[in-house]
Design a binder for this molecule. Structure first.
Ligand code: ADP
Length: 301
């Protein structure tokens, strides 16, 4: 089998490991810079070009689309779907998961536990937003943020008002969220493949920070999930229609709540923390399912 890994970072740990795992299973995986791909919409036969070369011999793709290139990257994935090439995450599921508000609406529709969240744009009812999540301390987040940037902890009503007004002044899309104190600067990353948690780790924030992102200096360690936590992670991945994903959970007093579902979860932290061959599990999933071709996404939203 020949697998294309759509990525802008061919030298990253994740891509290197996927290439290695494919070779170990007698497949061939190549890194493809999707930003260099182009598409001739008017052509009779759908094709993706990489510079001057048509990409015609791939059996499957593993998209690893960067947040800032979601729009273009998803269009390239969609073109492969039109060519009936198997993709481990569909273009619509990737786009869906990149929109924090849409994701939260879909997760709550499926009854997945979330931190109490309110979102508004230029509402004058700042007090209403603050009260909706139980008052301060609370979290204010820009919805396009990543790696913990744009996530602010407001400890008092005055600071909450100031942050909300600042985001409104910048025309940023934001949400206001209950602060899960008891998670104390830790979160859980569950790596879900085809409705099963294959590995999980805990991330712990650097001293003095409440954000557990590795990019913010967080540390990773192996963790044992409860059966309920596994079930929540799987339900969240299903609600988003993602077959390979990283589901982030916070342990709250009222059980685990979902923070977000990531469509290109990194492999370095999770493999280091757990010692598991997660790259091998992704390749195995692709190998077992690639004959099914591109499947329709039936979530309708
Ligand atoms: P990003 O997508 O930028 O990583 P997240 O929403 O995942 O943003 O938040 C980054 C980190 O901040 C999380 O990993 C978690 O440690 C912390 N955090 C986010 N939201 C909450 C919350 N409601 N309560 C407690 N901690 C939170």
């Amino acid at each position: 089998m020949r697998i294309g890994i759509l990525t802008k970072k061919p030298d990253s740990y994740s891509v290197r490991r996927l290439i290695e795992a494919a070779a170990a299973a007698d497949h061939e995986a190549i890194a493809i810079d999707y930003m260099r791909c182009w598409i001739n919409i008017a052509a009779h036969k759908p094709v993706v070009m990489l510079d001057a070369k048509p990409l015609e011999d791939l059996d499957a793709i593993i998209p690893r689309i960067a947040t800032i290139s979601t729009h273009y990257g998803a269009a390239v994935v969609r073109q492969f779907e039109m060519m009936r090439v198997f993709t481990c995450n569909s273009s619509i599921a990737i786009t869906r998961s990149r929109d924090k508000l849409r994701s939260m609406q879909l997760l709550s529709r499926r009854g997945v536990g979330l931190p109490v969240t309110a979102f508004g744009s230029s509402t004058q009812d700042v007090d209403g937003l603050i009260e909706a999540v139980g008052g301060p301390p609370l979290i204010v987040k820009v919805t396009e943020g990543t790696q913990g940037m744009g996530v602010v902890l407001a400890e008092t009503r005055k600071s909450a008002e100031a942050v909300i007004q600042a985001f409104q002044g910048l025309n940023a899309n934001f949400l206001v969220q209950e602060y899960i104190k008891e998670s104390a600067g830790t979160d859980l990353r569950c790596f879900v493949i085809n409705d099963r948690v294959v590995a999980a780790m805990q991330r712990r924030a650097a001293e003095g920070d409440f954000r557990a992102n590795v990019h913010r200096g967080g540390k990773v360690e192996k963790v044992r999930l409860t059966p309920e936590e596994r079930q929540i992670a799987v339900r969240a991945a299903k609600a988003m229609g993602l077959k390979v994903s990283g589901v982030d959970l916070l342990r709250s007093n009222h059980g685990a709540v979902v923070l977000e579902v990531n469509s290109s979860p990194g492999l370095e932290g999770i493999e280091t923390a757990t010692g598991k061959d997660v790259a091998g599990a992704v390749i195995d999933y692709v190998a077992k399912n690639q004959h099914t071709g591109a499947k329709a996404d039936r979530l309708a939203l």
